[in-house]
Design a protein. Sequence first.
Length: 319
Amino acid sequence: MTHQPVAHENLPAAGYFSAWSLSAGGMADFRLSTVDPATTVALLRLDRAGDARVDWNVSRTEAALGIQTLDLGAALTLAPDGDLLAAEDWALRLEFRLSIAPQDRVLVAIQGETGELVLGFDADDLPYLAAGNHRAVAPVPLPVQCWLEVMLRCHAGACRVAVTDAAGTEIARLNAPIPAFAPQAIAIGRSALPTLRTLNASIGRIALESRGLPAASFRIPAVGRPVTLAPSGGTGAALRFHNAPTFAVRSARWDGTKRDPRRAPEHYDAVALHDDDLDDAGWPVTHRIAVPENAESGVYGLRVRADGRSVTWPFFVTP
């Protein structure tokens, strides 16, 4: 995920409520990013004519007022158990579909106690495999907007990558020497470097192998939006979804005959990653609004004045 400060060029203040709706007697938490350390706030009733001020208690927390940061971009991570994959012979199989040219992005980053692998794309969109000080680069870019499969296998002191198209034809091959190591963390769609943006791509079925045998496999659910996913086959690993990717995406098995993911989940067992996806910004609470027990239900707003400009964020009070 890309770690970057909030851009305040056009808006001196940005923020959000932890929950847009709460019951009377509750506490509304607001999180603010601002260029103005002297930012002030006022509470208003928005479903009345004019600016109807509200005199509920709005308190500041200990969090300093300033510019917050955003961790943008969806990604997946795999955490294999320590004994799941044999250091001398393991493999990762992955379905993917590039949405746009993948310039300077990473498809897979694998870390272990004694080794590290990166399968990514350079500034010219060329696929590369980096293992230690060795870097192998493919001669041509991969096609976009079509489903591909990558098989990455580390065996006998070398890592081999083969990319095939939907017909099973090999369209790219990369090789790099690397000492034997067992993966401890696998990231899909992102790099370990916070300066690199995440990949814009769809991800389908994922499988891990050890000594040539299936170890754990994953099928993305077509219904629901899980944060973690247990293997559909095998054990010893968990798949985690970061920053709210899009589920129920047309997968490599979609043929246009099924339009309902619930009736044909195998046609929609993929997830889409975007480099501007965001789930929870994770900013600290800067203001708390104590809603009285006898508060009327309605639409209220916190008006924030920063650097000479005002912006109002609404929230709703229910009985």
